[in-house]
Design a protein around this ligand. Structure first.
Ligand code: HPA
Ligand code: ZN
Length: 336
């Protein structure tokens, strides 16, 4: 359709994609076999790629998804595994019209299994380099900390020699905070964020996905983040929504993720219209495309289907995404 073609051609930036969330069931089974990883025998979902995909369509919550997400990534061992995973994502992103991608990964989810941080980074960097050379996609890497793990574990990872090296060299642009939200409020990670800011890193955090709106204000006040990942619970808090609009904090909204993880009943319930009306800046993202049934263009199309946005509104959204990116001004000017 003409609108699908328009949305595909619109210069898009993606800011909320977990590379581990780009692991499709076929690749998961292929790597499990190649790397001799035993998948859970007591869960029928792991009997085949088809079963697993069906199970993904019945997620009941963020934690239900995260259970599969952490098992899935256990098949990633070698730098070449991480490279292939990220490359698969960049090929999809390119086909969808992404010009710039700021991608998350979870160092602790790999180092805790005995996979070296350098191995993970080496693989992802190789794919980023290829993405720029062969697809013209510029990239930034963001390390996410797992909020369900003890705070000292996060601090230890932050201070790890190879991690520090990647921060100080600029190989990593910023940090984020992900995983199970409700029991792990933002303020617990104040020290981590203060240290990251002191290192010159950009700051974002998942907040207001399942958690209440005061987790969003806590991320802004206690962690001093400049972006909020998800942030859909903002819509129920008029005063906070005004603040976020005034200070131009960008939300990285993930509509299909919100539906699949049952944060909302349908795409129509994602507060896209409320954000546009309040002047809240946001980008539209895929989150974990292999788990939630679509890449970025599917998310753009789903939003259009539900809200019938005008060309002007789509242009506003695309512009906010470019402005809210963590690339240099020269690259932003190129994309505008
Ligand atoms: N929320 C929290 N943690 C995550 C997500 C998410 O949407 N995706 C991957 N880890
Ligand atoms: Zn996420």
């Amino acid at each position: 359709s003409p609108i699908h073609d328009f949305l595909k051609l619109l210069p898009k930036c993606e800011h909320h994609i977990h590379l581990e969330g780009a692991l499709t069931p076929p690749v998961l089974f292929q790597l499990a076999q190649r790397n001799n990883i035993t998948l859970p025998q007591d869960d029928d979902a792991f009997q085949s790629s088809e079963f697993l995909l069906q199970r993904y369509q019945r997620f009941t919550s963020l934690d239900d998804f995260l259970h599969y997400y952490y098992i899935g990534m256990s098949v990633l061992i070698h730098a070449s595994d991480f490279e292939a995973l990220a490359w698969d994502y960049f090929e999809h992103a390119s086909a969808d019209g992404v010009h710039h991608a700021e991608v998350f990964f979870d160092p602790q989810a790999h180092t805790s299994r005995g996979v070296d941080y350098r191995t993970v980074l080496e693989g992802f960097q190789a794919a980023c380099k290829r993405a720029t050379q062969e697809l013209g996609i510029t990239t930034e890497l963001i390390t996410c900390y797992l909020r369900h793990l003890p705070v000292p574990d996060c601090l230890e990872t932050f201070h790890h020699e190879a991690v520090q090296e990647s921060y100080k060299s600029g190989e990593i642009r910023g940090i984020g905070l992900d995983s199970s939200e409700l029991d792990f409020p933002p303020h617990l990670f104040e020290e981590l964020y203060t240290k990251a800011k002191g290192t010159g890193l950009r700051l974002t955090s998942h907040a207001g996905e399942e958690g209440p709106s005061h987790y969003i204000s806590s991320a802004l006040d206690d962690l001093q983040v400049e972006r909020i990942d998800h942030g859909i619970k903002l819509a129920g808090d008029e005063a906070l929504m005004k603040r976020v609009a005034t200070q131009a904090t960008m939300l990285t909204v993930c509509p299909m993720s919100n539906v699949v993880l049952r944060c909302v009943k349908e795409i129509k319930d994602v507060p896209i219209r409320a954000f546009l009306d309040a002047g809240v800046k946001f980008s539209i993202n895929s989150d974990d495309p292999a788990y939630f049934g679509g890449y970025i263009l599917d998310n753009y199309c789903a939003v259009h289907e539900a809200f019938d946005l005008s060309i002007d509104e789509w242009t506003t959204i695309a512009r906010a995404g470019i402005e809210g990116s963590w690339c240099g001004q020269t690259r932003k000017d190129e994309m505008h």
